[in-house]
Design a protein. Structure first.
Length: 84
């Protein structure tokens, strides 16, 4: 099995970052909250940003439309609760 490590400090793989992104993490800070990647030396933050890219992210889409960050978070939470 070939593991590509994104964060050497916490042994976080590219696959793990992508899984966290699929589960709703849209920013390096949200990835850090999920798995600590990027919180020690910080050398992996640019790589995490590259993996996240500008892909589909409900929070980012709302922010890009000019909604305040808090309103965007609330809208995402409402969407998630309606889907459940």
């Amino acid at each position: 099995m070939n593991r590509v490590y994104v964060c050497s400090c916490f042994a976080v793989t590219e696959k793990q970052v992508k899984e966290h992104a699929e589960n709703g993490a849209c920013t390096p800070r949200q990835i850090a909250s999920a798995c600590k990647a990027g919180t020690d030396c910080g050398s992996c933050v640019r790589r995490i940003q590259a993996i996240l890219g500008r892909g589909n992210c409900p929070r980012r889409e709302l922010l890009d439309q000019g909604m305040p960050a808090l309103a965007a978070e609330l809208a995402v939470a409402e969407d998630l609760s309606e889907a459940a």
